[in-house]
Structure formats: structure tokens, C-alpha cells
Design a protein around this ligand. Sequence first.
Ligand code: PMP
Length: 424
Amino acid sequence: MKNEDLFERAKAVIPGGVDSPVRAFRKVGGTPRFIVGASGPYLFDAEGKRYIDFVLSWGPMILGHGHPSVVEALKNQAETGTSYGAPTELEIMMAETICQAIPSIERVRFVNSGTEAVMSALRLARAFTGRDLIVKFEGCYHGHVDSLLVKAGSGALTFGIPDTAGVPSTIASMTVVLNYNDVNGFREFMAQHGQQIAAVIVEPIAGNMGVVLPKYDFLKSLRQETKQCGALLIFDEVITGFRFCFGSHPDFVGLRPDLTCLGKIIGGGMPVGAFGGRKDIMALLAPEGPVYQAGTLAGNPMAMRAGLATLEVLRTTNPYERLEETLGLFVQDMQAEASRRGIPLAVNHRGSMAGIFFQEGEVRTFADVMKSDTKLYAQFFHALLDRGVYLAPSPYETLFVSTAHGKDEMEKAIVAVREALAII
Ligand code: PMP
């Protein structure tokens, strides 16, 4: 079977041939690889080609593909039922694990995706505060929630404008878009409008404009100002939860949000999301309170089992330092090679995630990200793909490594990177 043939067949029945736009390779050109299997750090496509996988299903597969503990958990669960639509002890175990690992989460509810988690958290924040406006930051992505698919409008008070067809401007105008890492801009805005804000939502480490690391002062100002104005602070940790430590990194350094959204890793590769936080806020959720939120497959036992197995491996093996080291060495080598060849390359990385930007200097803001050479990224991407290395098919996505990425794979990947940098 050819990837091209499959893509043609897919396009005849699925819009654009894919179920999520970035999979279509539009930002880098070419034909998406149709995957028939995966194992450890590898993906296998329909043409029988093997790739070292640095996408990892966009983040969930921190243990690599087919980790034996996760597979066993799923097999066992499949034999006893895949969904009951009734409560299970597994949900309690997952909730207990999360509440223990992330102290700011006192109560948590499970949903099926990150998008759902964010959407529900916003509804809750609006109900709790009795206010409508939400603040987000340019370059952060929080799923395809209507009110967050917005970009900054013009004017001093920049109410958002729709960033996609199908979002009414009245809904977009419920969102204000500010600049990531801009402490003064945020303080000034809150001084004027803070009393109208229901919630400020942020990726505490941004992973949807490549990787952009937060200034500590920026996160601190979010906490201080929201508290002062009676707005809620929501950390969207769909990518970052359980990625840098067993829990939430900001929570560990004393930056406690009111609500947190989770997904990806906590589902171990099964569809999952979660939102949780202060118990006085979570108490507003139905059936305890008046905020309606529900799901046929929410907290389903397959996702809970895969998540519990993944978290148990992370808790007992504590692979975080090793992941950081694995990625750090890879990045170091990539940068050294780029600089030898006079190719401008900035890489932001922390833990198991990295953002690759073909540009000079530091990348700390969305405006910085926009300066990067996306054509060069596309060439780099294809040179690596030809060499059996699978990066995200977009310059604005994150590179991930897993615990299954051993010395052998990383050495092979480095050789491929050196060759790729030589020809782009
Ligand atoms: N929040 C963040 C930070 C994300 O990165 C994503 C997806 N990449 C989402 C929310 C939405 O999650 P999902 O795709 O599971 O709906």
C-alpha cells in the first residue's frame, strides 16, 4: 500500500483526508504517512518504512508506544468491559493519584479530550465569578473551543476576533488576547479591566508555538493579579501535566492555579482529559451544583487503566532527569552542527519537549516565534523524514522524546540531523 493512494482514498471520504488538520502536512508539504503500527520509539507506515517518532501522538506517549504495563492494563480491561456508563473504582484511583500529585487540585472530573476539559473549566469559571470575559495569550492553544479560537483584534482593548470560520464574533469578543511573557502589558490590562475578567487561561510552558518558556515573573503576575481582581487562574497543562515531574511543575514551585486542565499523558494514549482545582469551585459542577457538564464515555475504564498504568510507571521509575538529559544532548548536537554550518537555529527545550526555530537569538514571545524561517523547517522536516526521523509536520509544534528513546535511536537521529542540516 502506498501512502499516496491511501491519502487519495482518505480525501474522498474525510475532509482533507485527516481527522485533525495538522496531520495533513499542509505546513510542510508532501503526503502524510499512514501509520500501520508503532513500537517503543518507532512508527511504521503503510509502505513498510520505520521512523524514529518525535511526535509521540502529540505528547501522550511519554513511555513510547506499546509499553508492556500499558498494554497489559488495556488487555485486562478489554476482557472485563470497555465502557459501563456507571462509576468505577478506577476513576477514584485516577482522581486520588492526580489530587495527591498536584496539590492545587482538590477535586477533579474526567472528560474525553483536552478541548472538553478547557471548555468545561471556562464554563465553571464563568459560573463561579458571574463574569463573562476570558483572557488568553497569543500563541497558546487550548483546543478547538469556540471562544478560544480567536486572535487579537486591533485597538487598545483588544477583544478577540474569530480565528476560524464558524465562530460568531459575539463569542470571540468574550475573549481578550494578550502577549505571552509580557508582564507589564498584563498588569496594565488587569488594572483597567480586571474586575470584568472571569478567568485567565495560560499554558504555563507554551507548547503550541513551538516551545516558549515562561518568565517566572510572568506566571507570578498572573497569579497575583487574578487573585486581586477576583478572577480565576487556569493552567492548561494538557501537554505539560506529569511531563517535567510527577505532577505539575508550577504547582511545585508554589504557583497554584485555581483550576488546571489535563490530558495527553494521563490517558496513556487513550482519549482523555480532566479538569480540576479548588473544591469550592468544583462544587458548582452538576450534580453537586448548577453547572451542567457530562459525557457518555467520560472516565471510561480503558482510558483510566491506560492512564493509571502510565502514571504508575512514571511514579516508580522517575524518568524525568533522564528524559531531560536525552533531549538536552540531542539539542546540543543539533545546535552545534547548525552553528558549524552557519544556519541560524534557536531551540527552546525543557524536560522531554523542544521547539525548533530557524532563527537567530532568543525566542520568548509569539512575535519572536513568527520570525522563524518556516521554509527551512519544511526542508529540515523532509530531509529527516527521508532518513527515517519523524518530526511534527509543522514548525509551530513540539518535538517530544519518550523513555523508549534509547542511546541507539538518539545516535541514529543525530546522524540524520547532521545529514539534514548539510543539505538544507
Ligand atoms: N490544551 C493544550 C495546551 C493542547 O496542546 C491541546 C492539544 N494539543 C489541547 C488543549 C486540546 O486537547 P485535545 O486535542 O485533546 O482536544
